[in-house]
Structures are given as C-alpha cells and as structure tokens.
Write a protein that binds this ligand. Structure first.
Ligand SMILES: NC(=O)c1ccc[n+]([C@@H]2O[C@H](COP(=O)([O-])OP(=O)(O)OC[C@H]3O[C@@H](n4cnc5c(N)ncnc54)[C@H](OP(=O)(O)O)[C@@H]3O)[C@@H](O)[C@H]2O)c1
Length: 308
C-alpha cells in the first residue's frame, strides 16, 4: 500500500489523471505533483482538489531535463516517499535534438536524465521506500500502424547507448519518432538494471498504451500529428480494435503498476504484440533484448556518463 506518491509531469495528461485516481484510494495520504511550471502546477492542484475533495496534494517544482533543478527539488522532500512515478516526457517537439548542458539531447534528458538523478538521490538519502514506476511505450517493440520500427541496436554496448543519449547514433537524420523508441528503450533497460541492483525496491516499467486526451500529439512532427489527429485516432484505430483508449484507462495502468502485486519488479509491461490497448503483457516474451542483463547494465552505465 502506497501512502505517499510522487508523480513527475503531473500537471496535465496521464500524470494528472494518475494523481486523481490515486487520490481516490483510501490509503493515499500524500501526492507530490512534481512539475516544472509553478502556475500550471497550482492550477492542476486546485482542479485535483475540486475533483477529488481531497487536500492531499503538494507541489515540488523541478525540470527533469536539468540535473541541478532535480537535485534542488529532492532537497525539498523531507519525508520518505513510498512510490515514484517517472511520467514526465514525450517527444519534446522541435528542440528534441538540441544538446543540453548534460551532453544528452533534449529528448533523452527529458525522458531520462532527471528521472535517474531523482531516483539516485532519493535512494542515497533514504527517501524512497517501496516502488519506482518508469513510463515507457509500445514504440520500443515498434508500432507498425504508425511506421515506428522496433528498436534494433547493433551491440547494446555502453558506447552505443551513450550515442543514443547524445543523438550521434542517429547521424544527420534525427527522426524524433524513431529516436523516441530508442530513448524509451534506454529508460526501460535502466529500470530493469535497477530492479536487480535494489531487490528491496520494486522497479517496474509500464506503458500507458495509446491514450487519448493528453497533450502528447502536440509535440509530434506536423505530418504525423495531422495523420494521427485526423485519421488514425478517430477512424483507423477504432476500426482496427485494441489500438486506443481513454485517459482514465491509460492512467489506470500506472495506478495498477504501483498498487497491484501482480505487477512484478524487473518487468516491462505494455500492450500485447501489435496492439496499443487492452491487457498488458511482459514485453520480454517477444522483445527478447529486454532479458539481457549486460545490456540493462550497459544502459545504466551509459546514462551515468552524463551525470557529473
Ligand atoms: N499519450 C500516449 O499515448 C503515450 C503513449 C506512450 C507513452 N506515453 C508517455 O506517457 C508520459 C506522459 O505523456 P502524456 O501523454 O501525458 O503527455 P503530456 O500530456 O504532454 O504531458 C507531459 C507532462 O510532462 C511534463 N514535462 C515535460 N517536460 C518536462 C520537463 N522537462 N520537466 C518537468 N516536466 C516535464 C509536462 O509539463 P508541461 O505542461 O510543463 O509541459 C506535462 O506535465 C510520457 O512519458 C510519454 O512519453 C504517452
């Protein structure tokens, strides 16, 4: 049972809906909304209080793409937290390929850098009790219907993972819709590595599936955004079946991921092969690189090359 939960990117989309659902659980005593913008965070807090009738929300300001911002945020956390949901992220938009002071590009820094520092710091200061849920995506095994190929790294060496993080892996052709899957793969492998390193903490990876009602499509390249908003989401996916669901359903995967004992540490859960909605399954049953413990540890080591 998780009494206190921190959620990154909790002011909108899946993070906010997860906060709403968790607040309605009787055991929940505190939810920390970890957001980068004070005004947006205040607005979300007010709305969540109105929707749930609970005054259990606290705000911590931090930008997950900036190392020191996250370190400062952790200093403000005084009591140990039961569970952390590493949700902030997405495709970032036009600046995805831009190199940040860490040396990672913005896509990787947003989805990975601050989350890894957050967890490292919480563990170092004995402020994390039970569970870490990393948010990944079906983009890792690939989404054929959206032209997203499965992640296929040649060696999964530390150097190769580091090249994904600084973007050099993609050469001059940085296609964010492909790079996103690689970045979520690194996130997932880091989480699986941490599950072995810290057996007393549950480290689980969960994809929300293809979820309507978030701001994620706004960060897609214009042609894909147009196709997704006008054809795939309203027409094609509903006809195909098992390809899209409501915000409540996507967020419930995160709630279950931290609350339900059937979801085990060291497993990446997402939709069945070829699907984007419905039941979740262990992705390593068909995407077998996830089982490789050397690859997992290589991802962890590569990330730490960028953390000074
Ligand atoms: N929606 C889907 O179908 C889908 C599918 C698979 C995976 N996912 C994953 O689910 C997670 C949530 O996505 P979503 O669809 O809910 O997207 P969203 O509606 O765009 O919400 C993203 C959240 O992340 C925050 N964020 C972004 N960059 C940040 C930073 N540098 N520091 C702190 N917070 C930051 C945003 O804050 P601001 O409001 O300040 O920008 C916002 O609160 C992401 O990791 C995404 O990759 C989503």
């Amino acid at each position: 049972m998780n009494e206190s939960i921190l959620i990154t990117g909790a002011n909108i989309g899946l993070g906010k809906e997860t906060a709403r659902q968790l607040a309605l659980k009787p055991e929940t005593k505190k939810i920390i909304l970890f957001c980068r913008n004070q005004a947006k965070a205040e607005e979300a807090k007010k709305d969540l209080e109105e929707q749930t009738g609970k005054k259990i929300f606290e705000i911590i300001i931090g930008d997950v793409s900036e190392a020191n911002s996250v370190r400062k945020a952790v200093e403000k956390i005084k009591e140990p937290i039961d569970a952390v949901i590493l949700n902030a992220g997405g495709m970032v938009g036009k600046t995805a390929a831009k190199i940040t002071p860490s040396g990672m590009n913005e896509l990787a820094a947003t989805n990975i850098l601050g989350h890894v520092i957050l967890v490292d710091e919480l563990i170092k200061h004995n402020k994390l009790r039970k569970t870490v849920l990393s948010v990944s995506a079906e983009a890792v095994p690939g989404v054929k219907a959206l032209g997203m190929k499965p992640v296929a790294m040649k060696t999964s060496s530390v150097d190769e993972f580091a090249a994904v993080l600084d973007g050099s892996y993609f050469g001059n052709k940085f296609d964010v819709t492909q790079a996103y899957g690689y970045v979520k793969y690194v996130t997932s492998m880091w989480t699986l590595s941490m599950a072995r390193k810290y057996p007393d903490i549950k480290f689980v990876v969960m994809s929300p599936g293809n979820t309507k009602g978030t701001l994620a499509p706004n960060n897609l390249p214009p042609p894909m955004k147009f196709m997704l908003k006008n054809f795939m989401m309203p027409i094609v996916f509903p006809l195909m079946g098992g390809m899209v669901h409501k915000l409540e359903v996507g967020a419930k995967r995160f709630v279950d991921g931290i609350s339900d004992e059937q979801y085990k540490s060291g497993v990446f859960y997402a939709s069945k092969e070829g699907k984007l909605s419905g039941d979740v399954v262990d992705q390593s049953t068909f995407f077998t690189s996830l089982k490789n413990t050397t690859f997992q540890d290589n991802a962890n080591e590569a990330i730490h090359r960028f953390i000074k």
